[in-house]
Design a protein around this ligand. Structure first.
Ligand SMILES: Nc1ncnc2c1ncn2[C@@H]1O[C@H](COP(=O)(O)OP(=O)(O)OP(=O)(O)O)[C@@H](O)[C@H]1O
Ligand SMILES: [Mg+2]
Length: 269
């Protein structure tokens, strides 16, 4: 059966519409995606096609009209603490230090850690992303890239099984963004999680993900899945290889199809 290896995250035939004043707005249409434990999946697609909706469904923040979301073999029926999330806007609390911002989930998620152990855990992650020495600063004292690093630490501090990232690097300049990609690689090497990354940046998807899912226009369904053929220990230089160029061209073409910018006769080929 196709159930091997078992999926860690499974979106099974999801259909969803928002109820709006103008009537139902269909957003997802029979969408299925499977992600194995420890994998890193990027989801790309036209603006407004339903990507953030997908993250809310995985996190259990809302339930689909039809279909199911399964995490670790359990049906998602509501929000769960085994999910960590980071967004384009890091939303750190200005009245707390960086260390205390990162520790926040440990105050919410049930755990037996002492205050000292919580501080150690938050400090360990901050060191891993290059923020050692900034523990006692306030968010406004950090650059945008540094705030986003802290936000990644906060998403991971309670050791979630699943990390959901909704365009976390989207607001950063190109150089800072590439730095953060490398930080993300480092985090992946040190921490255990299955990651779903929503992004508009195809290079980012090719640098970070094992598999890239292209969604169709709204209502979105899985239009195309690309397996990344770059080595797992890739560096930024790998993005300039013919192999990467080929994958990027392939993805760009698929996005154009999703946007309806390629004649259907050609799209069918
Ligand atoms: N709570 C809501 N109620 C009604 N409509 C909504 C709601 N949330 C999102 N939408 C609509 O659903 C569609 C998909 O939204 P979603 O945020 O999932 O798209 P997206 O792919 O993340 O977009 P973007 O690329 O701009 O981030 C959009 O048309 C949006 O206006
Ligand atoms: Mg979005």
């Amino acid at each position: 059966m196709s159930d091997f290896p078992p999926a860690h995250i499974e979106l099974r035939e999801i259909t969803h519409a928002y109820r709006t004043a103008a009537g139902p707005l269909p957003v997802l249409d029979n969408l299925s995606i499977r992600m194995t434990k420890g994998s890193f999946t990027a989801v790309v697609g036209p603006s407004g096609c339903g990507k953030s909706t997908l993250t809310r469904l995985i996190a259990g923040l809302m339930l689909p009209d039809e279909g199911q979301v399964w995490l670790g073999g359990e049906l998602v029926r509501g929000p769960r603490s085994t999910v960590g999330m980071a967004f384009q806007n890091p939303v750190l609390l200005e009245w707390r230090t960086i260390l205390k911002n990162v520790m926040l989930p440990l105050e919410i998620v049930p755990n037996t850690l002492s205050t000292r152990a919580r501080e150690d855990r938050a400090g360990e992650l901050l060191a891993l992303v290059g923020l050692e020495g900034f523990e006692d600063k306030k968010p406004s004292e950090l650059s945008g890239g540094m705030r986003q690093r802290a936000s990644l630490c906060r998403a991971l501090v309670h050791r979630p099984e699943v990390l959901v990232l909704d365009e976390p690097f989207g607001a950063l300049d190109a150089f800072t963004r590439e730095d953060l990609w490398q930080t993300m690689h480092r985090l992946r090497g040190e921490e255990e999680f299955t990651a779903v990354l929503i992004t508009h940046d195809l290079r980012e998807s090719v640098f970070l993900a094992d598999e890239i899912v292209v969604l169709s226009g709204r209502p979105a369904t899985t239009q195309y899945v690309l397996k990344n053929t770059l080595p797992t220990d890739r560096t930024l230089e790998h993005l300039y290889t013919p192999q990467a160029a080929e994958m990027l061209a392939d993805l760009r073409h698929q996005i154009q199809i999703a946007q309806g910018r390629v004649p259907t006769t050609e799209a069918a080929q």
